[in-house]
Design a protein around this ligand. Structure first.
Ligand code: FES
Length: 163
């Protein structure tokens, strides 16, 4: 009986500490991102040279009260950024870590059920979410850096995709 009580108290303590650490990190990252956004209009996610044509770089954004996983793709020299969440189900495209492309490199692919997306528009052209689009994010290239911002308008749709 006593052992169970101690174990429960220990578990609760560990849980509360983890929660506090998580909140601290969220607030720290939100402040950091707000500072960056004030100076550059968004978050600097990479230098242009870090994302060669046909590659992807992942990053996170804090938009409102949500931390979201995102990625930027270089498609034929143009940068496009999206929330890393399939439109079929709320799961990252790279369920297999960092595998975003089909073998021929023409489409982004969700590893879970194989939905295919156009890299430049985010439109799902094949698979269970055909006709829907990835959630796009505003991207600018400024002095050799890729800067990505949060989506405009109502952010409540981010709730289901947030960490
Ligand atoms: S979760 Fe992406 S295709 Fe089903």
């Amino acid at each position: 009986m006593e052992l169970t009580l101690y174990a429960s108290a220990l578990f609760l303590g560990v849980y509360l500490v983890a929660l506090a650490v998580r909140r601290f990190r969220f607030r720290r990252d939100r402040m950091r991102m707000a500072r960056e956004a004030a100076s550059s209009g968004g978050k600097v996610v990479a230098a242009v040279g870090e994302v060669p044509a046909g590659t992807v770089k992942k990053f996170w954004l804090i938009c409102g009260s949500y931390r979201i996983d995102c990625f930027v793709v270089n498609h034929r020299g143009q940068f496009h950024a999206y929330i890393n969440s399939c439109r079929h189900m709320v799961t990252p495209l790279d369920f297999v870590r960092y595998q975003f492309f089909t073998e021929d490199g023409r489409h982004l692919m969700c590893a879970t059920h194989g939905a295919l997306y156009e890299p430049d528009t985010g439109l799902c052209v094949d698979g269970p979410c055909k006709g829907l689009s990835l959630h796009a994010l505003p991207v600018v290239v400024d002095r050799g850096e890729i800067v990505v911002g949060c989506p405009a308008g109502d952010l409540s749709f981010l709730r289901e995709m947030a960490d």
